[in-house]
Design a protein around this ligand. Sequence first.
Ligand code: CDP
Ligand code: CDP
Length: 220
Amino acid sequence: PLPTPVIAIDGPSASGKGTVAALVAQALGFHYLDSGSLYRLTALAALRAGIALDDEARVAALAASLPAAFVGGEILLGGEPATEAIRREECSAGASRVAALPAVRAALLERQRAYRQAPGLVADGRDMGSVVFPDAALKVFLTATAEERANRRHKQLIEKGMSANISTLLQDLQERDARDAARSVAPLQKCADAELLDTTQMSIEQAVQAVLTWYRARAA
Ligand code: CDP
Ligand code: CDP
């Protein structure tokens, strides 16, 4: 039997990975994994427990037994709502710090692979194509210029009624991208066998169609 197909979508912060991945999954009737949420939840759990974000052994132990549940669009940590908290800047920066620790990445590996279930999976993150699902049927590196990504994040926050400053957002995401690309384990980078999708001038719908077209060409 053929292995359960995976579409791996990796790329920098606020490039639109999550939005595009969720819509592709919906179009194909596939499961969807937001791998970044696991790193965000690990950071939140450490912050709540008062564990230093560079204490590799203790943070990895937290990641291995993360009491997280995904219930109808809401994310719970230890039974408490965490959907909003994990999107705050301290969790974004914290996620990128704990994600640089090899033991934390190892602790989350099997948990991510467990999402690979029939009829298929769309997974977004930084190392979906390089490490977690190297045999993915389709790998996409989704990107946009840093300015466009900061604008998208800004719009997203304003729409949620939150305050935001574009130059601070731009600085935060450039710092995080630099840390994600420079780390020694699973750095953010385009795999040689990944399709490059620069969405700077593309709508969400155009990006979704591009991914579906590549996937259908491979599945045929
Ligand atoms: O998951 P990631 O951080 O890469 O990005 P996202 O949260 O999916 O997308 C960030 C924002 O950009 C969302 O509000 C999307 O609706 C928006 N977006 C866009 O305006 N144009 C695109 N082509 C893709 C996403
Ligand atoms: O939505 P955005 O792209 O800003 O971030 P995210 O996908 O939720 O990921 C948050 C952080 O987790 C990233 O900055 C990475 O450091 C880390 N991450 C990772 O290392 N590997 C993944 N597969 C997903 C996220």
